[in-house]
Design a protein around this ligand. Structure first.
Ligand code: FE2
Length: 465
């Protein structure tokens, strides 16, 4: 074999071993890189519209979205596409369309056409209006590709929530385009429901994403070097969520970018006005108001302006509407892990003053429900031991739930005996398996169950008012 053939054979052998392949986005390319998924869009308040997004190979095509009416399929406004091209990755396109015109909480069928051929069909549900009973799936620390992650997705599909709130660390380990493709979308937007596949969730109901450290604060001092990780910060272009937060321009409390001008330009073109504002926002769904916060250390929640925004947001919530907060870094937990990341205690007193009902967090890979907590000015902690969530359903204090085990292995990583450090507030604690929180809100009563990957109830409690 002469030298030239030896080189060719060596290249082919190496290619076979390392899986080197260049997908060609020609006529036989898949229709989708990520199948259509529903988002709230930039709609903090009630609306008859939902956003639909999908990712497709980089080729020109005539896309259309239709929703079913009694008299046939009605075409929605033309989808908008944007093209993303990263080094070492084939260019791809993200499409966004709006699904409109259904009364609150009604089911509808929709379909997506490419070049006049139906390539996708599913059903969704319009956003529920004030007062409506709702079901919510809540969990954090999701995108790992573990069997537990898929099993939990399957359990959520059994629950059939109206929407899901993902408490950060959405896609490990850097929140990149690749991380989302490998670890996040597959189990939550699966074509079929099974313990191994997950479930067809995202095509039917909106997921709401909270920014965790692995999503937007992925390196030392929160500087994301886009030359080293060009497809980082996908949070800001894979999600379409309300933009009513206080941090609209890059400043001291927003993620910082490093890298060449070209890399920054590419990211900013993809993110648009969602960066940096989308890390903090609030929205209403049914009988619940949600405040979603960036708990990464680049935000100082002791800042007066930020606190004023939190206070005003909670003051505007009508009486009788539940007040829920979602952020990533659990402020009250009983693990030796992340024992120094308690910065969100800065808002504990404000939450209590503004009658927040439940604060959800992740970061610590556990399920935990402390006794209701009242947090004093000097950092003192008073707990309500009489609240048990069964006989006594009116907590005196705020309920802090850590549901940070949605995609984790459970005990293998956070063995109870290794990480468990009981505190004055410690009550229910579980790291035995991956799990999520199933929330059912019905008027003046809210029921919460922690459901394990095996389908069993890990914890159960209720609140009434
Ligand atoms: Fe985290």
């Amino acid at each position: 074999m002469n030298f030239r053939y030896r080189v060719i054979w060596t290249v082919l052998l190496v290619a076979a071993v390392v899986g080197f392949n260049l997908p060609t986005f020609g006529a036989d390319a898949p229709d989708f890189l990520v199948a259509p998924y529903v988002q709230l869009g930039n709609r903090p308040d009630f609306s008859d519209a939902m956003t639909l997004m999908w990712h497709a190979p980089d080729r020109d095509a005539a896309w259309a979205v239709e929703v079913k009416r009694p008299d046939g399929w009605q075409k929605m406004a033309p989808p908008r596409g944007s093209r993303l091209h990263y080094p070492d990755r084939d260019a791809f396109r993200i499409y966004t369309a709006q699904l409109r015109g259904y009364p609150p909480g009604s089911r509808f069928a929709y379909r997506v056409k490419r070049d006049n051929t139906v390539v996708f069909q599913a059903s969704g549900q319009s956003r529920k209006g004030p007062g409506a009973p709702t079901r919510i799936a809540v969990m954090g620390d999701t995108g790992t590709g573990t069997p537990g992650q898929a099993a939990v997705a399957y359990r959520i599909n059994e629950f059939q929530p109206d929407y899901a709130v993902i408490l950060g660390d959405i896609a490990y380990s850097r929140g990149t385009v690749k991380n989302y493709y490998d670890w996040f979308y597959p189990p939550y937007n699966a074509n079929k429901a099974s313990m191994k596949d997950g479930g067809p969730l995202m095509r039917a109901l909106p997921f709401v994403g909270v920014a965790g450290n692995h999503d937007i604060s992925i390196s030392w001092k929160s500087i994301t070097d886009l030359d080293k990780i060009p497809d980082a910060l996908a949070y800001f272009f894979f999600w379409d969520q309300p933009l009513n937060g206080p941090l609209g321009v890059v400043g001291p409390f927003t993620p910082k970018l490093a890298g060449s001008d070209a890399a920054k330009k590419r990211f900013l073109a993809a993110a648009g006005k969602r960066f940096p504002r989308m890390a903090n926002f609030s929205f209403d769904y049914g009988n619940v108001h949600w405040l979603v916060l960036d708990s990464n250390p680049h935000v100082d929640w002791r800042d007066a302006k930020l606190r004023a925004w939190v206070a005003a947001d909670l003051d505007a919530v009508p009486k009788g509407v539940w007040r829920m907060v979602a952020y990533h870094h659990a402020a009250f937990h009983s693990s030796s892990h992340h024992a120094d990341a308690l910065q969100m205690r800065a808002l504990a007193r404000l939450f209590e003053q503004k009658h927040v009902d439940v604060v959800f967090a992740g970061h610590v890979h556990e399920y935990e429900r402390p006794h209701p907590i009242r947090y004093g000015a000097e950092g003192t902690i008073t707990v309500d031991r009489s609240y048990d969530g069964v006989k006594d359903t009116t907590p005196n204090g705020v309920l802090y739930v850590t549901s940070g085990i949605g995609g984790q292995r459970g005990a293998s990583e956070y063995l109870g005996g290794v990480a468990y450090r009981p505190k004055v507030y410690t009550n229910v604690y579980d790291t035995s398996q991956a799990s999520y929180t199933a929330v059912e809100v019905n008027g003046a009563r809210m029921e919460l169950r922690q459901i394990g990957a095996d389908g069993k109830i890990v914890d159960r409690f209720a609140l009434t008012r």
